[in-house]
Structure formats: structure tokens, C-alpha cells
Ligand binder design. Structure first.
Ligand code: F6P
Length: 527
């Protein structure tokens, strides 16, 4: 057995052992557990004490990380090696925030100064509204971060249009004035179907108020594409192929955020991420937040076999954070083959989903507490509110803590019966209702407590999840930095467009189900 197989075997043994131990028992036998499994990093604390982990399991996981070469992989990434092996590219978004050295031919600081200066100019007017047109990494980061930093938002109003559904743009511009609106077209490739369709439609809308040129800007690595579209080079902001779309918020893709919050706050956002980069590079694995969060996830996914994670921010301003992490994590680690192309022998990225608490408690938490599957949760909260009423914050935190408590410790049959008896419920009624009121507990969660959800705190939070993805990708042996899985759908849609727009016919190879639907949609079949 090789080192890595032996390390996996140890992780599975630890999972087997812990499967039989309820979280109640783990807390009862180790009074120091809460402290021992809480870890401090830049601007935040990670509490893993309610995970199905203990010191021995963590040790096995750290041995797995070492056997998988996590440290060497991280160092290769920061050194600019082409770790994106299927596209032959480096992965250096950390260089955009000073967390790594940029390639010698890239003027990172010049580019930052330039797009921040433009952001400041836009903030001075005359635009009252800015629409960012982009999708995936060219949308989710700016929209998530702009909402997260609402208290810092003192620039023009921001709007985000991503979906090729014309309703998205139509509903956005309905109450806007084309004369005072700036449209930013954000697309790394400047070829993405949704973005290009919306860009053309937005340009037509702007043209109602005269030459749209001065009210359009672009962010892209495809400078020929932006020139061909007719955007003045003075308002085109580039970046580099070593910045993946889902890692690009730190580049000029962050322009809408910079327009919203200003250059100073944007630099603080970068600094927060750089502090997490330094922690990730320098902290020992056993104290390293991205490594620990990644290993907790690997234990859930591979040790315990749980296929999903609920990401629940107890912070309304992080409303779009689950959607952001969905792309970051699932487009990175949703892979079925290893870096050398062989089929994986173990599971890789889990399904990630979530909504903010407390709203989530009033929808799907029932299933998390009493459903037949174990759904691990990651809770994110800020220690202190920025500007919200402290009383509301106390209520919010009480709920966050209570959910983690209920999941871990549950409520036993004896407790349920005792409570009902105390409330005077007749014995027969207790027998009938008790099974419905039992909470099995032993359901794991991690809690991330940010010092503050400010620009620095948000930068650190995003970088934490980016590096978590890197560590998991390294352990699973996948290439986290390509996304071939999105290509087939794009290609097939391209082949259907002529028939659906009436400019051509279906390819002869089209399957019967699709052909029948196309016939219905084009009125050639009334069924
Ligand atoms: O969905 C695939 C993808 O390539 C994402 O990785 C990317 O963030 C998104 O499309 C948008 O791409 P672009 O910025 O090139 O328009």
C-alpha cells in the first residue's frame, strides 16, 4: 500500500470509529473539546467542535493532506507553476491582492490603479446607475460583494444582469434612464452567449439617449473582442489568463464593487484576502484555517459519505454568498477524473447550497433536523453588527447558536417525554406524539465567526473558501481550475439556436425528445 492509500485507509478507520460515537458522547468525554477544536485565523475564528471529528481523526486527516502533497501543491500554485494542467495555465489570482508575485510581464498594480481611478471618476458622476452585464464569475463575485458591503456603498446604484432571459435586462432597465446609466460588459472571454446577447440589447437601449459609446465600459482579457464591439480602449480594463473566472473578483472584474464602495474600501478588501493568503502559506497545517475547513469537508464527504453541505450565513448581507461559493466550489471540484485523466476512486466535490438564516430555519431546516439524510452545515456569522440594531444581532446570534446546538445534541425520547409530561399531556398522547418530536442530533456543523463583515473581513472570507477549494482539489487529485463540464451544454445550445430563432433547421442528429420540444416551441406541433 502506498503512502496515500495508507492515509486514506486511516481516515476511513477513524470515520468508522466516530460513526458509532454520538456528538453528545464526544462532548461528554472531552470537556476541552470546544477549545481544542476552535482555531483562530486572520479576522475570524473557525469552530469545528460540532463536527464528527476528534484529535485522532484530525491527525489522520492532516496525514492525508501531507501524503497528498498539499503543501507542495500550494507552494507550486503561489510560485506560479502551471497547476491548471488541462489548460496549461498558472493559478495566480492571489497576485492581484499582493498575496503572491505576479508573472513578470503583468502590470498588476498599474492595472489596479487604472481601474480604481476609473471607479472614482464614475463615483463623481454623472452616472446615477451602473449595470454590470456578465455571468458566472463575471457576475457572482461583484453582486455578492456589493450586497455584503452595503454599509460601504456610497457610489451610484448598482444593478446586475446575467441571465440570457430578456426579462432580466428588461426588468432592470424599466425604471432607469439611459442618459445617466453606465453599462459595464464583464466577460473574461467576451464570447459568452448570455453576456453578448445582453450587451447588444443594452447598447440598443442606451442608444435611445444618443451615442452609447461614452456610457459603455468593458472588463475582459479579450481586447480584440472589446474593440470589435466598439468599446473605447480608454474604458476597457484587462486582466490575465492566469485569473480564473470564478477567482476574478480581485481583478478589474471587481470594478462594479469598486464603483460602489470606492478605491479605499476596495484596497481594504484586497488586503483582507492577502492576510488570508499569508496565513494559508505560513501557518502550520494543524492551525491553518483553509486546510482545516477543507479536511473537515473531506471527512464528511469521503469518511462519512455525506454528499451535500448546507452553507448558511447568519447575515442577511451574505445572502448571495452560497450562490458565490456554489460556483467557486462546484465548478472547481465537481470533477470525476484526476489530474492525469484516470477515473477517481473516491468521491469529489459535494453539492453546496444554502440560504441565509434565520429564513432558512422556516423552510428547509425541518429536513436537516429530522430528515433521513445527514446534511452537514457551515454557519457563518459576524461577531458584531456593523450598523444593525444590537438587539436584532443578539436575536440572530441566538438562532445561529441554537441551530448548531439542536443539530449536534438533538432531543432524546426521554427528554421529549419528560417535557410533555411536565406540560400535562396525557400518557396516550405522549406515546402517539413522542416519535414525531424526537431530534436524533449527531448532525455536524462548523461555525465561522468573522470579527466583522467589512471590506477586509469579506476579502478574508472569500480567500478562505478559495484556498479550501485548493486544498480539497489537491487531496482529491483533481484539476480545480478548468470547467469542461459546462462546454457540452453550450455547444448543444448553439446547434439548437438556428431552429429556435427561425434562421435554420435542427441538426439531423438531434434526439427525438429535443426535436419534439423544438417543434412545440416553434408552433410546428400543437401538443
Ligand atoms: O460557466 C462557464 C464560465 O466559463 C465560467 O467559468 C465563467 O465564470 C463564466 O462562464 C463567464 O465567462 P466569461 O467571463 O468569459 O463571460
Amino acid at each position: 500500500m502506498g503512502d496515500i492509500e495508507a492515509a486514506w485507509a486511516r481516515v476511513h478507520q477513524e470515520a468508522e470509529r466516530l460513526r458509532a460515537l454520538h456528538l453528545r458522547a464526544l462532548f461528554a468525554t472531552d470537556p476541552g473539546r470546544a477549545a481544542a477544536l476552535s482555531f483562530r485565523g486572520p479576522g475570524m475564528l473557525l469552530d469545528l467542535s460540532r463536527e464528527k471529528l476528534d484529535a485522532a481523526a484530525l491527525d489522520a486527516l492532516l496525514a492525508l493532506a501531507r501524503a497528498a502533497g498539499v503543501e507542495a501543491f500550494r507552494d507550486a500554485a503561489f510560485a506560479g507553476e502551471a497547476i491548471n494542467v488541462t489548460e496549461g495555465r498558472a493559478v495566480l489570482h492571489m497576485a492581484l491582492r499582493g498575496g503572491a508575485d505576479a508573472p513578470a510581464d503583468a502590470d498588476v498594480s498599474g492595472s489596479l490603479v487604472r481601474f480604481l481611478a476609473y471607479a472614482e471618476a464614475v463615483r463623481r458622476g454623472p452616472a446615477t446607475d451602473v449595470i454590470n452585464i456578465g455571468i458566472g464569475g463575471s457576475d457572482l463575485g461583484p453582486v455578492m460583494a456589493t450586497r455584503a458591503l452595503a454599509p460601504d456603498h456610497d457610489g451610484p446604484r448598482l444593478h446586475f444582469v446575467s441571465n440570457v432571459d430578456g426579462a432580466h435586462l428588461a426588468d432592470t432597465v424599466r425604471h432607469l434612464d439611459p442618459e445617466t446609466t453606465l453599462v459595464i460588459i464583464a466577460s473574461k472571454t467576451f464570447t459568452t452567449l448570455e453576456t453578448m446577447a445582453n450587451a447588444h440589447a443594452a447598447r440598443d437601449w442606451l442608444a435611445q439617449a444618443g451615442d452609447p459609446g461614452p456610457r459603455m465600459a468593458a472588463v475582459s482579457t479579450n481586447l480584440d473582442g472589446t474593440a470589435e464591439f466598439g468599446i473605447d480602449a480608454a474604458r476597457v480594463f484587462g486582466f490575465w489568463d492566469w485569473v480564473g473566472g470564478r477567482y476574478s473578483i480581485w481583478s478589474a472584474i471587481g470594478l462594479p464593487l469598486a464603483i460602489a464602495v470606492g478605491a479605499e474600501a476596495f484596497r481594504a478588501f484586497l488586503a483582507g484576502a492577502a492576510a488570508m493568503d499569508a496565513h494559508f502559506r505560513d501557518a502550520p497545517l494543524a492551525q491553518n484555517l483553509p486546510v482545516l475547513l477543507a479536511l473537515a469537508g473531506i471527512f464528511r464527504r469521503n469518511g462519512m459519505g455525506w454528499p451535500t453541505v448546507a452553507l448558511i450565513p447568519y447575515d442577511q448581507r451574505l445572502e448571495r454568498f452560497p450562490a458565490y461559493v456554489q460556483q467557486l466550489d462546484m465548478e472547481s471540484n465537481g470533477k470525476r477524473v484526476s489530474r492525469d485523466g484516470s477515473t477517481l476512486a473516491h468521491a469529489s466535490g459535494p453539492v453546496i447550497w444554502g440560504e441565509p438564516g434565520t429564513n432558512a430555519q422556516h423552510s428547509f431546516f425541518q429536513l436537516i433536523h429530522q430528515g433521513t439524510d445527514v446534511i452537514p452545515a457551515e454557519f457563518i456569522a459576524a461577531r458584531a453588527p456593523r450598523d444593525a440594531d444590537p438587539h436584532h444581532h443578539a436575536l440572530l446570534m441566538a438562532n445561529c447558536l441554537a441551530q448548531a446546538q439542536a443539530l449536534a445534541f438533538g432531543r432524546t425520547e426521554a427528554e421529549v417525554r419528560a417535557a410533555m409530561a411536565k406540560a400535562g399531556v396525557p400518557a396516550a398522547e405522549i406515546d402517539r406524539l413522542a416519535p414525531h418530536r424526537i431530534f436524533p442530533g449527531d448532525r455536524p456543523s462548523a461555525t465561522l465567526l468573522l470579527d466583522r463583515l467589512d471590506p477586509e473581513g469579506l476579502g478574508g472570507l472569500i480567500a478562505l473558501y478559495e484556498h479550501k477549494v485548493m486544498v480539497q482539489g489537491a487531496v482529491w487529485g483533481v484539476n480545480s481550475y478548468d470547467q469542461w463540464g459546462v462546454e457540452l451544454g453550450k455547444e448543444l445550445a448553439g446547434a439548437l439556436i438556428p431552429a429556435l430563432t427561425g434562421s435554420g433547421v435542427l441538426p439531423a442528429s438531434t434526439d427525438a425528445a429535443t426535436a419534439a420540444m423544438v417543434a412545440r416551441l416553434t408552433g410546428k406541433d400543437a401538443s
